[in-house]
Design a protein around this ligand. Structure first.
Ligand SMILES: NC(=O)c1ccc[n+]([C@@H]2O[C@H](COP(=O)([O-])OP(=O)(O)OC[C@H]3O[C@@H](n4cnc5c(N)ncnc54)[C@H](O)[C@@H]3O)[C@@H](O)[C@H]2O)c1
Length: 418
């Protein structure tokens, strides 16, 4: 039986814990760490974790020495490097939430340290583990598309998701989190570089925060949505969190939990948070600074090119890609995957799925990590495990894109950003 401690019991940490319990019979969660006493009190009984294995600071947790085989690091972005470094030095294998860091020196230090201490640091680029993206990778790997020439990829964040996370919420500011391209799209850039299988040699990027700024507020907009008289504002927090249509219901559950800090928050809890907290602020009067749209153009060593678009303004949260090779093209629209071989037949590889690639990727990541911990990961998946050494390229592309964006779109070599 292998053992895991979980640091950070928020949305991600608790989801991963649930998947360990559901799918990984030979792995046990034995200790918890979170700065929120409330989180420890809520979560510990569900996993029968004794009080003396619940820690309210990483200092207290690390002071115990090595008390499990691995740790899940699921705290907010800016804490990953420091917690990761300490965990490696103690000898923990690590499942690390993305982004690792927005500082390349820190990423490289963690990669080198993990080698030195002979521990696995697996980064949660969860999409790679989903059946959907595995199918795309296998089409490319098996040569079905011929040589890859171009990838065109779009991350449609969803207007309500963007407002929640990148205008009002945890990822609204580069100072307290990371640029939106890093926070949201290091996944997409990881997929692109994984599909390409070639080093990215040049990146150009443009983008900015165009819309969610004070000067764009309607004339009669109030600072808080509870006081606002503007009609039909799609970002009105009272509508978003309390009168949401059915199709977004699941996401709204997550959103309500984030804004109140409570699972199963009542209407009164939500209203209270909207009156006093950041999630009730007008989207034009928040303290956000991250880009609401950005494009990235990439050249690869094999001569292929790719573009990526981050876009806040979509009705649905969905990723789309068109991957073109010398023999055919793959059209990937969220849950549907179509292969067109030139001069051949059109084949629908995935017609649609009830669960998104993201959730499928989440639980398959946990299963893969637990198998790795037990030394039982089969060859076919082993080649795609997102070790830090395999995923750091995505972070380098983001950093190059940010450098380019801040310098009028000049081409930047991701290998030369330090
Ligand atoms: N892999 C993915 O697809 C994916 C998706 C969403 C979020 N994320 C990343 O996962 C991480 C966690 O996101 P989340 O939505 O679960 O956040 P969250 O805010 O819901 O949870 C973070 C938890 O960490 C705790 N915490 C904060 N600082 C701490 C510290 N120093 N020591 C111990 N506990 C601490 C908080 O109290 C909270 O319970 C973020 O870095 C985020 O960017 C990854």
């Amino acid at each position: 039986m292998k053992t895991i401690s979980v640091i950070g019991l928020g949305n991600r940490g608790t989801e991963y814990m649930m998947f360990v319990k559901m799918f990984c019979k030979n792995v046990k969660i034995v200790a918890l760490c979170d700065t929120s006493e409330q989180a420890l009190t809520d979560i510990a009984p569900r996993y029968k974790i004794p009080r003396d294995k619940c820690f309210s600071s990483t200092n207290d947790f690390f002071a115990q020495g090595k008390i499990s085989d691995a740790v899940f690091i699921c705290t907010q972005d800016k804490t990953h490097y420091e917690i990761g470094r300490r965990a490696i030095e103690i000898g923990y294998h690590i499942l690390m939430e993305k982004p690792v860091s927005d500082n390349l020196t820190e990423c490289i230090e963690l990669m080198d340290l993990s080698k030195q201490h002979n521990v696995n640091m697996v980064v949660c680029h969860v999409l790679r583990y989903s059946n959907y993206y595995q199918k795309i990778k296998n089409c490319i790997r098996d040569g079905i598309l011929g040589d890859i020439v171009n990838i065109n990829h779009i991350e449609n964040v969803g207007y309500f998701h963007f407002a929640h996370s990148y205008v009002r919420g945890n990822w609204k500011s580069e100072k307290t989190a990371t640029p939106s391209l890093m926070a949201k799209c290091c996944h997409d850039l990881d997929l692109i570089q994984w599909f390409m299988g070639s080093e990215c040699t040049s990146v150009s990027s443009y983008g900015e925060l165009s819309i969610f700024k004070k000067q764009n507020a309607p004339a009669n907009a109030a600072e808080r949505c509870v006081d606002c008289k503007v009609e039909k504002c799609p970002y009105n927090a009272v509508n978003l969190y309390l009168k949401d249509p059915f199709w977004k219901a699941k996401f709204v559950k997550y959103m309500r939990r984030t804004l109140t800090g409570k699972t199963g928050a009542s209407k009164a809890d939500v209203l209270e948070a909207l009156k006093n907290g950041d999630y009730g602020k007008c989207v034009y009067h928040s303290e956000n600074d991250v880009c609401d749209h950005q494009i990235v153009a990439m050249q690869f060593a094999n001569g292929a090119t790719a573009t990526h678009t981050l876009n806040a303004f979509s009705n649905k949260m969905m990723r789309e890609s068109r991957i073109v090779g010398t023999k055919g093209e793959l059209i990937a629209t969220d849950k549907k995957l179509v292969l067109n071989i030139f001069g051949g037949r059109k084949r629908t590889l995935i017609a649609g799925s009830l669960i998104t690639g993201h959730i499928e990727g989440d639980y398959r990541t946990v299963i893969a990590f637990c198998k790795l911990l037990n030394g039982k990961l089969d060859e076919s998946l082993m080649q795609d495990v997102t070790f830090i050494s395999d995923t750091i390229a995505s972070h380098q592309i983001v950093m190059a894109a940010e450098k380019s964006r801040h310098n009028g779109g000049i081409p930047v070599d991701p290998q030369k950003i330090i």
